[in-house]
Design a protein around this ligand. Structure first.
Ligand SMILES: NC(=O)c1ccc[n+]([C@@H]2O[C@H](COP(=O)([O-])OP(=O)(O)OC[C@H]3O[C@@H](n4cnc5c(N)ncnc54)[C@H](OP(=O)(O)O)[C@@H]3O)[C@@H](O)[C@H]2O)c1
Length: 271
């Protein structure tokens, strides 16, 4: 009866993890979210009765240690899989180019968004892993997955025309370093770590038609860029498809490959 903890589970890919995992009755599924009431309302609407929701904020270490205490009492002191999914995506710097940061207001924006991205996407993962390590070490499975992004692969920037998104990309690259460091530290204790990119996923709406035109424009630009590394790409996939693929990669994770940075396809094909 494996226990899964998903940190940052309120919506998008994180919420899909709750849905997919809870469809297997033998799983104990625990989601951690900043604000639990709307998540509980969605779970009720989707008739998902076997999911626990606990408050926790990636930028607040104490809240994650408190969450781990609550998880411990639900899951008899053991966590098999920890998935750190939540992230600050930094919408305000999506189109910001490094060479455009030449005035104090833009420099300040960059610095402040970098701060939020590093606190949420990197330190949040560190807090989560440390808070749950005591419970993970009691498991026979011992798997930690941090949701990274193909946008951390510096080799695709030129190819995909991805010159912008500095704070987000920098934080995901730093996350990959953190994952590899944790893997090196805990290899002897059998804990397996993975930085996993979920692919190109439409997580904010059911379909592109339901999105405001300015967001459709952003997705069209992304799709056009990604077609340069995968000409067969049609567009973003659903959270359901992505999570199904991610779970296969997680199941295949062994200690030998601990610390790697892989895609939802289990390789370096990001889209
Ligand atoms: N969608 C893609 O194509 C794509 C591609 C590559 C990587 N990713 C990665 O996949 C993961 C999920 O992405 P998504 O598309 O599902 O994103 P999303 O729809 O923007 O959801 C982000 C999630 O992170 C949570 N979160 C943000 N800050 C948090 C904090 N301080 N504490 C706790 N939770 C926090 C949000 O919770 P609130 O509701 O409280 O804000 C929300 O549940 C992220 O790590 C993202 O970087 C996504």
């Amino acid at each position: 009866m494996p226990t899964w903890v998903i940190v940052g589970a309120s919506r998008g890919i994180g919420y899909q993890y709750l849905k997919t995992l809870s469809s297997e009755p033998s799983n104990t599924v625990i989601g951690i979210a900043r604000t639990i009431a709307p998540v509980e309302a969605n779970l009720a609407k989707d008739n998902l009765q076997n999911v626990h929701i606990i408050p926790g904020d990636l930028t607040d270490s104490a809240s994650l240690y408190a969450a781990a205490e609550k998880v411990s009492s639900i899951a008899n002191g053991t966590v098999d899989y920890l998935v750190v999914n939540g992230a600050h995506v930094s919408i305000s710097t999506l189109g910001l180019l490094p060479g455009a940061c030449t005035d104090s207001a833009t420099e300040a924006l960059l610095l402040s968004e970098l701060d939020i991205c590093m606190r949420t996407n990197v330190m949040g993962a560190l807090y989560s892993i440390n808070a749950f390590m005591r419970l993970l070490l009691k498991s026979d499975v011992k798997k930690v997955v941090c949701i990274s992004s193909g946008a951390a692969d510096t080799e695709i920037y030129d190819k995909c025309d991805m010159k912008d998104q500095l704070p987000y990309c920098m934080s995901k690259a730093a996350l990959n370093v953190l994952v590899a460091k944790f893997a090196a530290q805990y290899r002897g204790e059998g804990v397996k770590f993975l930085a996993l990119s979920p692919g190109y996923v439409l997580s904010i709406a059911e379909s592109l038609d339901q999105m405001p035109p300015q967001l459709v424009e952003i997705f069209d630009k992304l799709t056009e860029g990604f077609k340069k590394i995968n000409p067969d790409l049609k567009g973003p996939v659903s959270p359901k498809e992505s999570v199904g693929q991610q779970l296969k990669v997680i199941e295949n994770l062994t200690l030998e490959h601990s610390g790697e940075f892989l895609s939802h396809l289990g390789n370096k094909q990001w889209v």
